[in-house]
Design a protein around this ligand. Structure first.
Ligand code: PMP
Length: 421
């Protein structure tokens, strides 16, 4: 029995309708932007394995650091204890994040980083004796799959089975030149009830790589600061270079109160989540009263092995070669976009940093369940490329180490698909 056959007997896959989905492809090895199946066929990972990988698969430097850590300390309870890696990673990240960020709270994935951020905001107000329970989020937002994270995400097919159980959230449009003033007055109107505003900066990934301008996000954030509304910047997807700068918040001037990270944090090697906050938020939890404690923690909080991966990934991320690669990909995407933007099958094409997204003409409305999606997905797999369209939106989001030859191959197969599909 090969890997696929054995899998089908025992595994239930994420975001997969197991009755109709094609059998999974067994991957045995990774190198650079490539993944290799049991027969040795190479797949270019043009979506960075759900957006997590930034330096390539099985990176030898990260592997070495992780391996060394395993022989030193694999894990220790993170209440009452600490360890070198946790402190060093916090010190090094805080040094490159907006300078109002003062404390790091560890967890183990993007959704938990969001849960922690939401709890910090809700309890911040409670601890200060001003109970505020309303949260503002963007329409079509996606912040994760746990219940709190689902609640602050747009209501969609993903949340439908649970909608009646999700707490109420005020959803607003993405800001633009036309609506910014009305969004501001909406926030002012609600401000005394508002615990926080949560957003994906510049790009709404899961919604289909929907992009919006930093200028209007900045205006909205400035207004939130003025109205004393806490801001949660969800950098789970956009962090670590995706938008062309280290963090998406580097595109705006106003500093958020809280930031959330995961995915690229460990270079995509290990599961780790992280929520940072200001001294002001942290201080609201300091008390003789035990009930003011942030009662949140996971068994694997600040796992030393995951942190070793994050530290190694950060070393690589801060090397000038990585920034140069990001710029190379950005320029290359721009050229390709200019080449195909007028193709009749391209409805729109948009780019932020190293993310390039193309909306394909389907004749009907863009939807996650577009039948074109499956066609395109399997077309590219057959050509040895992993592109996982969100409905009729194809996006390229590669590890920064992808070679020009690999990128060129991906572009050429997209052009071929435009003619053949
Ligand atoms: N926030 C954003 C913006 C995301 O894109 C994601 C995952 N795609 C999450 C949160 C949730 O992260 P995780 O899948 O690690 O729970």
């Amino acid at each position: 029995m090969n890997l696929t056959e054995r899998d089908l007997r025992v595994i239930w896959h994420p975001y997969t309708q197991m009755k109709t989905a094609a059998p999974p492809i067994g991957i045995v090895r990774g190198e650079g932007a490539g993944l290799f199946d049991e027969e040795g066929k190479k797949y270019i990972d043009a979506v960075s394995s759900w957006w997590v990988n930034i330096h390539g698969h099985a990176h030898p430097y990260i592997a070495k650091k992780v391996s060394e850590q395993l022989f030193k300390l694999e894990h220790v309870i993170f209440a009452g204890f600490t360890h070198e890696g946790a402190v060093e990673l916090a010190e090094r990240l805080l040094a490159i994040l907006p300078n109002n960020q003062q404390k790091v709270f560890y967890s183990d994935n993007g959704s938990t980083a969001i849960e922690v951020a939401i709890k910090m905001c809700l309890q911040y107000w409670l601890n200060k004796g001003d109970q505020r329970t309303k949260i503002v989020a963007f329409k079509n937002a996606y912040h994760g799959d746990t219940f709190g994270a689902m609640a602050v995400s747009g209501r969609s097919a993903f949340t439908k089975a649970f909608d009646s159980l999700l707490f109420e959230v005020e959803f607003i449009d993405l800001p633009n030149e036309q609506n910014i003033e009305s969004l501001k007055s909406h926030i002012s109107h609600l401000k005394s009830q508002l615990a926080c505003f949560i957003f994906e900066p510049l790009v709404q990934g899961s919604a289909g790589m929907i992009m919006y301008e930093a200028e209007y996000l900045n205006q909205l954030m400035a207004h939130c600061r003025q109205e004393n509304v806490l801001m949660i910047d969800d950098e789970v997807f956009t962090g670590f270079g995706r938008t062309g700068k280290r963090f998406a918040c580097d595109h705006v001037q106003v500093q958020p109160d809280i930031l959330c990270f995961s995915k690229g944090l460990t270079g995509g090697t290990m599961a780790l989540g992280l929520t940072t906050c200001t001294q002001q938020i942290y201080d609201a939890f300091l008390s003789e009263d035990k009930l003011k404690t942030l009662f949140h923690g996971h068994s694997f909080t600040a796992n030393p092995v995951a942190i070793a991966a994050a530290l190694a990934s950060l070393d690589l991320f801060l090397e000038p070669a990585t920034a140069a690669n990001m710029q190379r990909i950005e320029a290359s995407h721009r050229q390709f976009a200019a080449k195909i933007e007028h193709h009749p099958k391209i409805k729109t094409i948009r780019q932020t940093g190293t993310i390039l997204a193309m909306e394909w003409e389907t004749g009907d409305n863009t939807s996650y369940f577009s039948s074109l999606r499956d066609k395109l997905y399997h077309y590219f797999l057959a050509e040895g490329i992993i592109l996982r369209p969100l409905g009729n939106v194809i996006y390229i989001l590669p590890p920064y180490c992808i070679t020009d030859a690999e990128l060129g191959y991906v572009y050429s197969k997209i052009e071929q698909a435009l003619e053949e599909i």
